[in-house]
Design a protein around this ligand. Structure first.
Ligand code: NAD
Length: 425
């Protein structure tokens, strides 16, 4: 049911879920000390006073802390979901009820509702867009170019969004600054690798409760997310096969001890397939045809395009929900293929997304990236900008401090040595 309130515009599943949402938001906050420090500073300095921010993110307990930090900094912030299946309805309710932040997100919303929410994010007339997958920015450019004048810039969370921004730049339509949050070391080293690694396996286990020890798991893509996913699957005792299209990544996977095969050869061997490539139809008709009976397929890449579900459906005589987020396709060849999370990000559809400890750093980058856009308003060239290295290092320093870990510092002699070229053998 869609709830509306005269006091605050929002569209969430059920405001009565707010109490649970608030408890869960507070729990996540225990693992987010860096963002808390930034929020406390924002509350004093109000860097976003008078600034409208539209954020399109997975509506999770961690995102709640980002939204709260932006509001503490004076922003008029609004939140929509970056995926129809990733919203935590209790969190959405709590943000509206307890924190006064307008949220437009309902887990399981249909595509039309999803796109309507993107329009609402743009109706807000944002000065800053915080995007995850680039849907709001793409819609702005295609449908509301007159609003670009309002924009200080955008920050982009994920690899797929960056790929889209690069395509916009190539086509000459990216006429404002975009901050590449994904590129920060304190983002992709940890979020994409350890976050996606753990939460993808978490989603699969919650959806199916299968034992992974002894299973053959095929991981498609050995980028940051793939490395983490393969590492964690191996840690649970699976025999992991990696598929790649990049020869360097393929060597890396081989030297990390994984078997590397083309998907056509991996397809008959796998018990479980996980795509994390950001690419389209990585698992398709010819692969389904040769899979074992009962093989499971899922995706942790940003969009639901990595598994060709349309073709799978065309080969099926029955599609049955066998558990939540678990659908069995009974194929005409007598076998069945099980699809988790409708081919959408399984870690967010069937579990809770990344653990808070990694999102602490990712969203510290988002918060600082948004502040950077404000501080440098009118000074940044249109195009894609990295998070400044000093910001990245500062986030790492704060994280270490919060973890109670002290590291060495360079001695004067070491500083002199690494800055000179005269001393050799
Ligand atoms: N599930 C999550 O919560 C989460 C978190 C972060 C990123 N992502 C998404 O996951 C995807 C991967 O992100 P990443 O940071 O690992 O990107 P990446 O660029 O580091 O890695 C992607 C890898 O996939 C490989 N690849 C491309 N096409 C392929 C194909 N047809 N077969 C096999 N391999 C192929 C590429 O060579 C590359 O090595 C993106 O869509 C990203 O937005 C999801």
């Amino acid at each position: 049911m869609v709830a509306t309130s005269p006091r605050l515009e929002h569209e969430v599943k059920d405001l009565a879920l707010a109490t649970l949402g608030r408890q869960r938001i507070e729990w996540a906050g225990r693992e987010m000390p860096v963002l808390k420090q930034i929020r406390d500073r924002f509350a004093k300095e109000k860097p976003f006073a008078g600034i409208k921010i539209s954020a399109c993110c997975h509506v999770t307990t961690e995102t709640a802390h980002l939204a709260i930090a932006l509001k503490a900094g004076g922003a008029d912030a609004l939140l929509i979901a970056s995926n129809p299946l990733s919203t935590q309805d209790d969190v959405a309710a709590s943000l509206v009820v307890d924190y006064g932040i307008p949220v437009f997100a309902i887990k399981g919303e249909d595509d039309a509702t999803y796109h309507r929410h993107v329009q609402i994010a743009l109706d807000h007339r944002p000065n800053i867009i915080i995007d995850d997958g680039c849907d709001v920015v793409a819609t702005l450019i295609q449908q509301r170019p007159h609003q670009i004048a309002d924009l200080y810039g955008t920050t982009e969370e994920t690899t797929t969004g960056i790929v889209r921004l690069q395509a916009m730049l190539k086509d000459g339509v990216l006429t404002f600054p975009a901050i590449n949050v994904n590129d920060a070391d304190t983002k992709h080293f940890f979020d994409n690798r350890y976050g996606t690694g753990q939460s993808t396996l978490d989603g699969i286990i919650r959806a199916t409760n299968v034992l992974l020890a002894g299973k053959t798991v095929v991981v498609a893509g050995y980028g940051w997310c793939g490395k983490g996913t393969a590492m964690r699957a191996r840690g649970l005792g699976a025999n992991v096969i990696v598929t790649e299209i990049d020869p360097i990544k393929a060597i890396e996977a081989v030297m990390d001890g994984f078997r590397v095969l083309p998907m056509a050869e991996a397809a008959p061997l796998g018990d479980l397939f996980i795509t994390v490539t950001g690419n389209k139809h990585v698992i398709r008709g010819e692969h389904f045809d040769v899979m074992k009976d009962g093989a499971m397929v899922c995706n942790s890449g940003h969009f639901d395009i990595e598994i060709d579900l349309k073709t799978l459906a065309s080969k099926a005589n029955e599609i049955k929900e066998v558990r939540p987020f678990t659908q069995e396709y009974k194929l005409n060849n007598g076998k069945s293929v099980v699809v988790l999370g409708e081919g959408r990000l399984v870690n967010l559809a069937a579990a809770e997304g990344h653990p808070s400890a990694v999102m602490d750093m990712s969203f510290a980058n988002q918060a600082m990236g948004a502040e950077y856009l404000v501080k440098n308003k009118g000074k940044l060239q249109p195009g894609i900008h990295s998070i400044p290295a000093e910001v990245d290092k500062e986030i790492a320093r704060l994280k270490l401090q919060a973890m109670g870990i002290v590291i060495d510092t360079l001695t004067d002699e070491q500083i002199e040595y690494i800055n000179s070229w005269t001393s050799g053998t």
